[in-house]
Design a binder for this molecule. Sequence first.
Ligand code: ADP
Ligand code: ZN
Length: 216
Amino acid sequence: MAALNLVIFGPPGAGKGTQSEHIKEKYGVFHLSTGDMLREAIKNGTETGKLAKQYTDGGKLVPDEVVIKIVDEKVASIDAAQGVLFDGFPRTLDQAKALDALLKKNGRAINAVIYLNVPDEEVVQRLTGRRMCPGCNTIYHITGKPPKVEGKCDKCGADLIQRSDDNETVIRQRLSAYHAQTTPLVEYYKGKGLIKEVGLHGSPQETSAKVFELLG
Ligand code: ADP
Ligand code: ZN
């Protein structure tokens, strides 16, 4: 059977990271998050990281060619038998077209696009309470998904941090980038019959149940 290739998208704070963990567990796909890759590059002070930081700090999108290049290199390194879950990519129409081309080059195609449709005010509320583990990238929320020990990662024990772009000013900027540049992808993927839309569902577990139902 051909590998399962999925895209998960929605506004910042829609729960893409958390859902991606659940999808990865269930389907054994490789979780490719451009946000995680860029944060890693920033942490390591690479050339890509230095460039990316100028954009991410202001809640702006990193230029397409930069992101497309890191995705292209990563996909080429993944075993052909393993599926890939794209999280945070594509975010523009040009990225979507580049993804189609690079998948084709690797003998892959997108099987489904999971669209987490969450309203702006919910996004702001979620992101201001978000905390993450810098060691293993697990996501927590101070009230919605608190760690067992305050401030510590359940999985690896590292001290949790708040992302530098999770403050209200930058969140509003990320939302406006999302509405201007990313929402056109809904029509693009609808046209290809790939969209599986998931609205607001109580807990992350309930959302996952819906996602699994749609993926079959
Ligand atoms: P969010 O919670 O905003 O969805 P991500 O972790 O996916 O966050 O991304 C954080 C930041 O990294 C974005 O605000 C953007 O600056 C940059 N970024 C991540 N993925 C992309 C992409 N595909 N294209 C351009 N910029 C990206
Ligand atoms: Zn951790």
